[in-house]
Design a protein around this ligand. Structure first.
Ligand SMILES: C=CC1=C(C)c2cc3[nH]c(cc4nc(cc5[nH]c(cc1n2)c(C)c5CCC(=O)O)C(CCC(=O)O)=C4C)c(C)c3C=C
Ligand code: FE2
Ligand code: FE2
Length: 333
């Protein structure tokens, strides 16, 4: 049977998503969808919705839109641009490596292109089997589980949903750890080695961890494996958590407090910061780390904070994604 005659298998590649543009109304629409998700904000709706609509969606969109404008690229949101390049790169490698046709579609949990649009694209291509792959190395209910929830919600209305498989994390994958280590070594070759390496992960509320979210354990495992791969001692690096949102305690140590304290210290002059939990650069890396936290460190007396880019569309990153997908498709292709 020729390749064209075979039923294709689908891959729905997903990430968080971004606003459609950097206008305040577009950012409000995006934040409304994001922050209405009860996996992200689990507070009682009668308490949360008045706060969301009354306070947060009134004041935050304008401020966030300004921040998005500082990172926006010619073709749009960095997160979406890199995700599109990842999808194109994976598609090209799968086409070259497999006999069975595989179609890779992009779907964002919030905003566009949506998960619904991605699933419909795969349906239109004739896929009856779909692998859902959220591009988060560490599992959290706030990111991975909500992606699977959304897929189920969309498929509830379909007369014949596809058969599904899922990838729910890849925190320990040797190709992932290897690509992170390569990116650090290349940064060191180009800029020299700073006094400290910070591995900064997006935080979540501590309460979610008490309720069973394994996310910080996943972050710790990635950090330990990466440190071993780079031959780092306990004092050469530090794990921090960024992007705190709201009043309750989040995972600690907080990156911003650490950068302020290190800026004031006498023995730390330079810091390299990387974000292993972000498969693509985005607002939270390009604005919050490369701009905001660099200022916290340097304005408090630090010499230089150098940001190590996310793995984005590096070939070793695309290769790792492609291999993971092939492993997960065993028996289907
Ligand atoms: C990588 C993993 C992520 C986890 C875990 C996560 C949890 C989480 N996030 C918020 C609140 C916000 N996050 C925002 C942006 C944002 N978050 C992630 C990833 C994770 N979030 C990414 C990749 C991005 C960037 C999106 C982009 O378009 O570039 C924002 C929006 C931006 C802003 O207004 O500041 C909020 C808000 C919570 C509450 C949470 C867990 C409970
Ligand atoms: Fe977030
Ligand atoms: Fe942020």
């Amino acid at each position: 049977m020729s390749r064209q005659d075979q039923t294709p298998v689908g891959v729905l590649f997903t990430n968080l998503g971004s606003p459609d543009d950097t206008s305040t109304p577009a950012v409000r629409r995006y934040l409304r969808e994001f922050l209405s998700d009860s996996r992200v904000i689990d507070l009682n709706r009668a308490v949360w919705l008045p706060l969301l609509y009354g306070v947060i969606l009134t004041f935050r969109p304008r401020k966030s839109a300004e921040a998005y404008r500082t990172v926006w690229m010619d073709e749009g949101s960095p997160l979406i641009i890199y995700a599109r390049r990842q999808v194109a790169g994976i598609q090209a490698k799968l086409d070259a490596q497999l006999e069975t046709p595989v179609v890779v579609a992009l779907g964002m949990r919030y905003g566009n292109p949506s998960i619904e649009a991605g699933l419909e694209e795969l349906h239109a291509a004739g896929c009856k089997k779909v692998l859902v792959f959220p591009a988060y190395p560490q599992y959290s209910a706030t990111t991975v589980a909500t992606t699977f929830d959304k897929v189920s919600e969309v498929l509830e209305d379909w007369p014949e949903p596809p058969r599904l498989r899922q990838i729910n994390r890849y925190r320990q994958d040797s190709g992932y750890i290897g690509a992170l280590a390569n990116s650090v070594r290349e940064h060191w070759e180009a800029h020299g080695r700073a006094d400290k390496l910070v591995m900064s992960f997006h935080g979540i509320p501590k309460r979610y961890v008490k309720q069973g979210d394994p996310y910080p354990r996943d972050c710790g495992e990635t950090a330990r494996l990466l440190a071993a791969e780079l031959g780092l001692g306990r004092n050469d690096y530090k794990v921090c958590f960024q992007s705190r949102f709201g009043r309750e305690p989040w995972l600690q140590p907080y990156l911003d407090e650490t950068m302020k304290a290190w800026g004031k210290s006498d023995d730390i002059h330079t810091v390299d910061v990387m974000c292993p939990g972000f498969s693509s650069d985005c607002l939270e890396t390009l604005e919050e780390i490369k701009e905001e936290n660099r200022e916290y460190f340097e304005d408090n007396g630090g010499e230089a904070l150098r940001y190590i880019p996310a793995l984005n569309d590096r070939d070793d990153h695309i290769e790792m994604f492609t291999r993971l997908i092939r492993e997960e498709l065993a028996g289907w292709v």
